[in-house]
Design a protein around this ligand. Sequence first.
Ligand code: GDX
Ligand code: MN
Length: 379
Amino acid sequence: MSVVVFPFRTEDHQVAIDNITTAAGHHRVDNVVCVGFEREATYEAIDRAIPNIESSTGTEVSLILQERIGSLRPGKGDGMNTALRFFLQRSDSDRIHFYDTDITSFTAEWIDKAEAAADGGYDVVRHYFPRSSTDAMITWMITRTGFAIMSPESELPLIEQPLGGELLFTRRAVERLVADERVRAQSDWGIDTLYTFATVHYGFSVAETYIPRGKIHKMYGSLTDLQTMLVECFAAIQSLRGLSMPTGTRHDVERPAGVPPGVKQTVAYDVEETIQLLAADWTPGQESLLALFPPAVRDGMLESRIYPRFSYMDDRAWFETYAVLLDHFRKNDPDWEALLFKLWIARVLQYTISDALRGYDHALAHLQEMIDRYRMLAR
Ligand code: GDX
Ligand code: MN
């Protein structure tokens, strides 16, 4: 039997309750665990709904608060790690699933697919989804790029959506994750990076299953939210430099069976508003850090203070920029954090105008080739 976890902060109450009910109704599930950040309105709403869900499904639903386990910003990482601990201490089920609480396209089929793959003997199952060509820009430009540069020969850069929060671990995998102090420390948005890293580092087999309908969930709030996620995901990658990675671990990816038209047509961010961020909030500190970067990047960024420019930030320039960032970036230094954000924005805009504009198929092929090229350059 399996445990299903929903980590949550503040979410639409009905969406949360519907997802919990769906999971509790699944015949393979004997406990749904909801891990809240704090006792707020969503927590209270779930608490009130539990008796009904339990009596209609016959499955136990647990509602807990996240513990302080890690050493970085207390966030989703503490939530997920609290669930792993709960699973080892309080459950004798074989498997644990995670799903984001804000998903409105969640169905029992997601659990079926993960269970079926685990039945095939995999230690870890990850769901992946069709995404718009301008979405997943942290995944492509930060995480997959970083994994390609750091570990070109392992399976790590080949994981489709290494930041995805929809996954299954067997008990054997959970025991390793809980015992790893880097994973325990990662209390923030970097947790997804650490789980993906640890999966490959410990040689676990991975199946990636494709959900054609896609993950439909709450849209992003302000870009400030994205800056925090960007910084935490990049710093997580940076912390993993120099760690050994096995090659040839078992990794199978289900072929993507079509992409919904809506996903192909979506522009995932506000281009006009984003362009303006390139010119915003420059400081003398950020300007002097630019001396570390290749001349074309340095000059282009300096010009952006007056008129936003980004054509210089092509695949090759981003590769070189990324290498400088890996060596020099300092988290919690406001100049570095703001500069990382702007460099990434220049990269996303360059890709959008040069490649995403040519259509979905071109754009996705380009991103895939970019990762392959980075792997070759890094060898
Ligand atoms: N317990 C707990 N504590 N839950 C949290 C916290 C926290 O501090 N922060 C967020 N959550 C929950 C949230 O309620 C939701 O269920 C889930 O975690 C994901 O958060 P959301 O705000 O929906 O993030 P977003 O932007 O959708 O990102 C997700 O997808 C990214 C991706 O696929 O690229 C999330 O799983 C990221 O970790 C992942 O990088
Ligand atoms: Mn979400």
